[in-house]
Design a protein around this ligand. Structure first.
Ligand SMILES: [Zn+2]
Length: 163
C-alpha cells in the first residue's frame, strides 16, 4: 500500500485527473479509495478492463526508464500488446485497437496513440516526460474498455426497448 501511494504521488496526472468524476467509469458506482479515484475505476472493473496487465510497467527502476526513453527517442515504438475494445460511437460496432507510445521529434513529446480500423489514429495524450506518457498509456486501454462496455450496454437496452 505504501509503495502504491508513493507511486501515486510521483505521477503527474493532469490529463487523467481531468476526466475524473469520483465515479467508476465502467459501472458508475461512487469511488472512495484514492487509488481507484486516480484510476477512475473500482478494483473489480479495473481488473475486468485488464487494467492490471500493464500497470506493473510503472514500477520500473531508473535504469529501465532511461532505456525506454532512449529507445523511444531512437524511433522505437512501445506496443501495449493486447487488443483493447473501443467503441467509436453508440451506433457503431466496437472495434479492437492496439495502444502504443512513440516519440515525436517535431513536438518533442512522447505520444500515446491508437489506430482505429476504418477511422485512423487517435491520440490519447502526450507528454515530454516518459513516465507521464506511460501512465497515460496504462490508463488508455482500460478507459476504452470501460467506455465500450457502457456503450454496448446502452445499445442493448435500447434494442430491448424496441423489441
Ligand atoms: Zn465499477
Amino acid at each position: 500500500m505504501e509503495k502504491q501511494e508513493a507511486l501515486l504521488s510521483q505521477r503527474p496526472t493532469q490529463d487523467i485527473v481531468s476526466r475524473q468524476s469520483g465515479k467508476c467509469s465502467r459501472c458508475g458506482r461512487k469511488l472512495t479509495d484514492p487509488v481507484s479515484i486516480q484510476r477512475g475505476m473500482g478494483p473489480v472493473c479495473w481488473t475486468a478492463c485488464k487494467g492490471d496487465v500493464f500497470e506493473r510497467d510503472l514500477e520500473a527502476d531508473e535504469k529501465e526508464w532511461q532505456r525506454r526513453e532512449r529507445e523511444l527517442r531512437q524511433g522505437a515504438e512501445w506496443d501495449f500488446g493486447c487488443n483493447w475494445t473501443y467503441a467509436p460511437s453508440p451506433d457503431r460496432l466496437p472495434v479492437s485497437i492496439r495502444i502504443s507510445i512513440r516519440y515525436s521529434r517535431e513536438k518533442e513529446t512522447f505520444e500515446v496513440y491508437g489506430h482505429v480500423p476504418g477511422e485512423g489514429e487517435i491520440i490519447f495524450g502526450a507528454s515530454a516526460d516518459v513516465k507521464t506518457a506511460w501512465q497515460i498509456a496504462v490508463n488508455a486501454g482500460p478507459r476504452c474498455e470501460a467506455e465500450a462496455y457502457r456503450t454496448i450496454r446502452a445499445a442493448r437496452r435500447r434494442s430491448r426497448r424496441v423489441a
